[in-house]
Design a protein around this ligand. Sequence first.
Ligand SMILES: NC(=O)c1ccc[n+]([C@@H]2O[C@H](COP(=O)([O-])OP(=O)(O)OC[C@H]3O[C@@H](n4cnc5c(N)ncnc54)[C@H](OP(=O)(O)O)[C@@H]3O)[C@@H](O)[C@H]2O)c1
Length: 225
Amino acid sequence: MASPFSALIIGASRGIGLGIVRQLSIQGWQVVATCRGAVPVDSPADTQWLKLDINHQAERTALKERLLSQQFDLIFINAGVYGPDHQDIALVNDDELVELFMTNAFSPVRCAAALIPLVKPKIGVMALMTSELSSLNENAAATYPLYAASKAAMNMLTRGLHDTAEQRELTLLSVHPGWVQTDMGGVNAPLTVEESCSGIVNQVLVWRGKGGHRFIDYSGKVLCW
Ligand SMILES: NC(=O)c1ccc[n+]([C@@H]2O[C@H](COP(=O)([O-])OP(=O)(O)OC[C@H]3O[C@@H](n4cnc5c(N)ncnc54)[C@H](OP(=O)(O)O)[C@@H]3O)[C@@H](O)[C@H]2O)c1
């Protein structure tokens, strides 16, 4: 029997986003997913695809208007970029910084703020894909500092949604997927997309209905901010 659950996954063309779409589809969820280019050829057949570049205000507005009549058990903002390979504050130019922080911090949280009314009250989850590298506690050495700083900014802006989430009794999750074998994570990462994404979907089910703003990884470990 099909699951009664529904999800909207933002930034799902490949990697972890597409992996979450697959896991949810296997478990019978009704899934709407977004990509900014072509629909992935290996998408589950029952996934509905819509177009969104998260940095385009007009596309964010159009997506929300298109989905206004729906309520989701899960909205997951996954899109993200790594930034320049060198990760050096002395070398990065202003355009690269704007692109990195728009894509990893401002646009995802603007997306989440706009879409939060579409999350089911009480039982719904609004999740954003962050990284343990964002944390001063988990990443005391400031490894990959530009990327890490953009995700730290995302975490704080996400905390700014806490009051709205609390009024609707939603759960806000900032999720670290682990180090995963994707275009971003590279081939040396220890986790497959399937391992990370099956863990993430389990955690959504564990935390749904619990409320608050939590920083967790794919295995359920609670991380320090
Ligand atoms: N892999 C890891 O080890 C790891 C660890 C910690 C956190 N993360 C986070 O997990 C998330 C997914 O990472 P990944 O490893 O799956 O990376 P990936 O393979 O590079 O995929 C990134 C995804 O983000 C999308 N995206 C980027 N910019 C976008 C934009 N402006 N609008 C819409 N979509 C956009 C990409 O779409 P296109 O195909 O159109 O480019 C793609 O679907 C990211 O937020 C990343 O920071 C990953």
